[in-house]
Design a protein around this ligand. Structure first.
Ligand SMILES: NC(=O)c1ccc[n+]([C@@H]2O[C@H](COP(=O)([O-])OP(=O)(O)OC[C@H]3O[C@@H](n4cnc5c(N)ncnc54)[C@H](OP(=O)(O)O)[C@@H]3O)[C@@H](O)[C@H]2O)c1
Length: 296
């Protein structure tokens, strides 16, 4: 716990984020207030949600039930593709704050840079209009800082060329076997902290080469393959947000601050053949939203 509290990444605006967060996406819509409550007990203070996930309500309840102060937490949420645009974004943050039962969020993000599948030739304009509304949320104090998700360099460049307030983070699919080097390099160059979604490749173990490399390192360091994956990301300056329902998993994912991978092993993980990609791409294919009316 103390190790976690002592381990921060510093953002471009000087604020700090814990080096590991907790993801709340779940494929079913079961109530995960309990799981988030257990994550708080384990020591997690930085939580990722989105209007799409329909876990904002559970997260808000778990924070309230914890008895801790709101300021003890860093809460990040995202607007979905059908909430983009100036008016859409303004309406979206109101709904998210209501579901969270909070009067501000720490980081507000655009979930995907374009509405792929729709007629979205004007995605550059749409991103800028959405961002303008988000900048005004910062002015109003209902959002502390802004971020993006699934933005590749060409999406980020459009925003950086036109924004008043820069994004502090970019959340990307990143894990051993999917390293998005060009996007990472661009983020680092522009002082945008890269954050890893699906840092454990969502438990997929269908890539032999990744399994072999991770198993070998697991034996060498006496750590689980998941701990090796998380440590790899953190050492590369990437903030992972693993999701876990099992308390044992939650705890073990925090035990990654008392060992270090050596340079050769970092290089081996960075340069392994690309595999275990989830298959979503911001310019071609993004997931379709499911919906649970109870959580809206
Ligand atoms: N921005 C985006 O577009 C986007 C997309 C996807 C996800 N995300 C965010 O990223 C978060 C994490 O990604 P994810 O949920 O896709 O997948 P993930 O964190 O890579 O993997 C979660 C899976 O790994 C298992 N697990 C966790 N810790 C483990 C451990 N120590 N040992 C063995 N298994 C372990 C979990 O099992 P149990 O649950 O059984 O413990 C669960 O099945 C999401 O929850 C969401 O907040 C963002």
């Amino acid at each position: 716990m103390q190790e976690l509290l002592d381990n921060y990444f510093t953002l471009s605006d000087g604020s700090k984020l814990p080096r590991i967060g907790f993801g709340t996406y779940t494929e079913d819509f079961s109530d995960n207030t309990k799981a988030i409550g257990e994550a708080i007990e384990c020591g997690y203070r930085f939580f990722d949600t989105a209007s799409l996930y329909e876990t904002e309500r559970c997260l808000g309840e778990a924070v309230k039930n914890s008895g801790l102060k709101r300021e003890d937490f860093i809460i990040e949420t995202k607007l979905w593709i059908d909430e983009m645009g100036y008016e859409g974004a303004k309406a979206a943050i109101e709904k998210s704050l209501k579901r969270l039962s909070m009067d501000y969020v720490d980081i507000y993000m655009i979930h995907w840079p374009r509405q792929t599948g729709k007629d979205d030739e004007d995605w550059k304009k749409l991103d800028i209009e959405t961002w303008k509304a988000m900048e005004e949320m910062v002015d109003e104090g209902i959002v502390k800082r802004l971020g993006v998700s699934n933005f590749l360099p060409h999406h980020l460049q459009n925003l950086l060329d036109n924004c008043r307030i820069k994004p502090v983070v970019d959340q990307l699919e990143l894990h051993p076997g999917y390293s998005q080097e060009r996007a990472l390099h661009y983020c680092m160059k522009n002082k945008v902290l890269p954050m890893a979604w699906s840092p454990l490749a969502r438990g997929r173990d269908n890539a032999q080469i990744a399994n072999e490399i991770l198993s070998k390192l697991s034996k060498k360091y006496g750590r689980s393959v998941q701990q090796i994956s998380l440590r790899f990301l953190i050492q590369r300056g990437i903030l992972p947000i693993p999701k876990a329902v099992s308390k044992e998993h939650m705890m073990s994912n925090l035990e990654v601050f008392d060992f270090a991978l050596d340079g050769d092993d970092l290089s081996m993980l960075t340069n392994m053949p690309q595999c275990t990609w989830l298959g979503e791409h911001p310019d071609f294919h993004i997931p379709q939203a499911k919906s649970n009316p109870d959580n809206k």
